[in-house]
Ligand binder design. Structure first.
Ligand code: PMT
Length: 423
């Protein structure tokens, strides 16, 4: 796993002979567990197909500004902001000119104008186009706007000439991406706009809000060496905590035993059992949002044995089990200081929607995120999740996304719901 695992790139592929190298770039990013969401300009389709890009990125490819609808799929503003870095490779003279002049007449140029993250470009064009005074002026303007350039390199052109204009090799672009991601890539709005609670500036709309998230499994001791547990890795819950932090919230993460690093900037409390987790949640409240992503063990033994149980005990004794407190239900049904949004997860192996709907009502949640954890789904411990959001006013199915993407989308949705809620 690289130190950049879980980072997100929005990759814009323009039309040029170097577009084929973008495929290798996607592959190398994915090898480093950096997720890639790709956008192709109309001209790029002449050089690579959306299918080949999608099969490498593992995600659909976006091409058309007007096919994006805010509710059914993803709005262009969200698309431009959910990534940690926007990369244009190859960047044509035409796109650089549009960027330099603030044009927004297609999806790629609109995203580049709307993004709140740094932009890195890898130009590729004929050397006369690169050296032409308008391009020189545009590049200077973009550099002074803070756009990061990698290349172009000198070399033989597809047209037979020699000089600057060849796109950097994928490994060079990767190194530039890694260097950019090592720093802060957010471009916050001026303070006057950030102060507006409805502004989605900075990284995203939860400034001044408190969010409490549970994550991972709980371990319920049987004796000093054995415990009841489940397969949760904490990846989904931790990604949600990180996304809420990136959106500007003050986040408390209450984590069961996991092998993950604490997300930067998130106050992380480590617990073992369901009862520890419940205590920590109660202590962390009040909050604006509570998200129960932990796989809390439903049962425990009434009392852990003080010494290691002997091997033969199973032959003579059954293990008594009692129910653990339901943390989510206790938060959802609070009479005082109930968070404005209480969000649960439902892990189901059958009748996903029906069972999730029942859980939403039984536990007093505003929203429940249903995920199918049946055999083969690889959700517990895996890197992707395919979820359905269920609220009182309907449901919405999301495609298979990385857990970081689910987290970013969920947090963006909650920030919007919170900003729309009556004060
Ligand atoms: O951790 P990962 O490997 O990334 O996997 C993610 C996940 C599958 C664990 C996550 O997406 C998920 O589904 N989490 C909830 C798992 C679960 O316990 O589901 P449930 O249907 O049993 O519980 C429903 C809800 O009640 C959950 O929000 C749970 O946190 C909560 N609960 C359950 C029991 C209990 N005693 N207290 C609770 O708060």
């Amino acid at each position: 796993m690289s130190g950049l695992s879980g980072k997100r790139i929005l990759l814009i592929i323009c039309g040029g002979i170097a577009a084929y190298k973008a495929l290798d770039l996607v592959r190398r990013l994915r090898e480093r567990e950096i997720s890639v969401r790709a956008v192709m300009t109309a001209a790029a389709h002449h050089f690579v197909t959306p299918l080949s890009v999608a099969s490498l990125s593992g995600d659909r490819v976006f091409t058309d500004l007007f096919s994006l609808t805010d509710e059914a799929e993803i709005g262009h503003i969200e698309l431009s902001r959910e990534a940690d870095l926007v990369v244009v490779a190859p960047a044509t003279a035409d796109l650089l000119a549009k960027m330099a002049h603030g044009l927004a007449d297609d999806l790629a140029s609109t995203l580049l104008l709307a993004t709140d993250k740094k932009i890195l470009v890898a130009p590729a064009m004929n050397l006369r186009m690169w050296l032409a005074p308008p391009t020189v002026r545009n590049v200077a303007a973009l550099r002074s706007d803070g756009v990061i350039f990698t290349g172009p390199a000198n070399g033989d052109m597809a047209c037979g000439e020699y000089g600057p204009g060849r796109m950097s090799e994928p490994l060079e672009i990767l190194a530039a991406i890694e260097a950019a991601l090592a720093g802060d890539t957010a471009l916050p709005l001026p303070a006057a706009y950030r102060a507006n609670p409805l502004a989605r500036g900075g990284a995203g709309g939860l400034e001044g809000r408190r969010v409490v998230v549970t994550s991972g499994p709980t371990h319920e001791p049987i004796d000093p060496v054995r415990y009841i547990a489940n397969r949760s890795s904490g990846k989904q819950g931790h990604a949600i905590a990180a996304a809420a932090r990136a959106a500007g919230a003050e986040v408390t993460l209450i984590s069961g035993p996991v092998a993950l690093a604490d997300p930067p900037g998130v106050a992380t409390i480590h617990v073992e059992t369901a009862r520890d987790m419940q205590q920590a949640v109660e202590a962390a409240l009040p909050a604006d949002i509570f998200i129960g992503a932990a796989a809390v063990a439903d049962w425990r033994t009434p009392e852990a044995a003080p010494g290691k149980l002997k091997k033969g005990v199973a032959a003579t004794q059954t293990l008594p089990l009692i129910e653990n407190p339901d943390i989510l239900a206790a938060v959802g049904r609070r009479k005082q200081d109930r968070p404005a949004l209480v969000v649960g997860f439902a892990a189901e192996t059958e009748q996903l929607i029906e069972h999730a709907q029942e859980k939403r009502l039984a536990k007093g949640c505003d929203l429940i995120v249903a995920n199918n954890v049946g055999a083969g789904a690889n959700v517990f411990g895996g890197d992707r999740n395919e979820v359905t959001l269920i609220a009182a006013d309907g449901m919405e199915r999301w495609p298979s996304l990385s857990k970081a993407e689910v987290a970013a989308k969920l947090v963006a949705r909650l920030a919007r719901k919170l900003s729309e809620a009556p004060a």
